[in-house]
Design a binder for this molecule. Structure first.
Ligand code: AMP
Length: 200
């Protein structure tokens, strides 16, 4: 993975551990010669990751819609800033130019980006590894929700297995490197049959 896209908070969060984790992610990118793709902002955990990668002399690509550029939250020191028209276009470019995705703790914006990339994986639009950096168990409840979706038959176990979570960045990326997607060939056929009253 030469380029990894990071989704994370535009806020700092309430614990120092979140900031420490963001800094470690940046350090890991520098030490392992990985380029950063991210939302392009100069705020929150995003700023910490970007600043660390830049300080280490590595490339940082930010992708930002005009509506946020107008609010002047862009990071002026990054290597490349790609301006786009819509939030959807931003996610599409993030997905196309990155070799993998990591979500650090964040809010609804992070959840939106993460959900979209999960769906790309589910629909096999993209087959790149997705990692959750579960600092201080921040994503435990999301993982519980996904597990509950499996229990109640709304999420396929195979899709759940494609989600990698770890609280340590080195372990997370190591596991992302050995990612082999669990492929479901016929699940769309299955849900069509189920919806026609034919459960198997
Ligand atoms: P949130 O988790 O709600 O703080 O949103 C963070 C995620 O949404 C980031 O990964 C960004 O791509 C995007 N985002 C939300 N707010 C901003 C902002 N002010 N500047 C740039 N990107 C943002």
């Amino acid at each position: 993975m030469k380029r990894i896209c990071v989704f994370c908070g535009s806020s700092m969060g309430s614990l120092d551990d979140f900031k420490i984790a963001a800094k470690k992610v940046g350090e890991y990118f520098v030490e392992n010669d990985i380029e950063l793709v991210y939302g392009g902002a100069n705020v929150g955990l995003m700023k910490i990751v970007a600043d660390e990668v830049l300080a280490g002399g590595k490339k940082v690509v930010g992708i930002m819609p005009h509506l946020l550029l107008e609010k002047e939250v862009e990071h002026k020191g990054i290597t490349e800033l790609i301006a786009v028209d819509t939030m959807s276009e931003r996610k599409e470019i993030m997905s196309n130019i990155s070799d993998g995705f990591i979500a650090l703790p964040g809010g609804l914006g992070t959840l939106d980006e993460l959900s979209e990339i999960f769906i790309y994986n589910q629909l096999r639009i993209s087959d790149k590894p997705i990692g959750l950096l579960n600092t201080c168990g921040y994503y435990d409840n999301l993982l519980k929700f996904i597990d509950s979706g499996v229990t109640y038959g709304f999420i396929r176990p195979e899709h759940r297995q494609n989600i990698i979570a770890d609280d340590n960045i080195e372990n997370l990326i190591k596991r992302m490197y050995s990612y082999e997607p669990v492929v479901m060939g016929k699940w769309i056929k299955d849900i069509k049959m189920e919806s026609n009253g034919n459960s198997q």
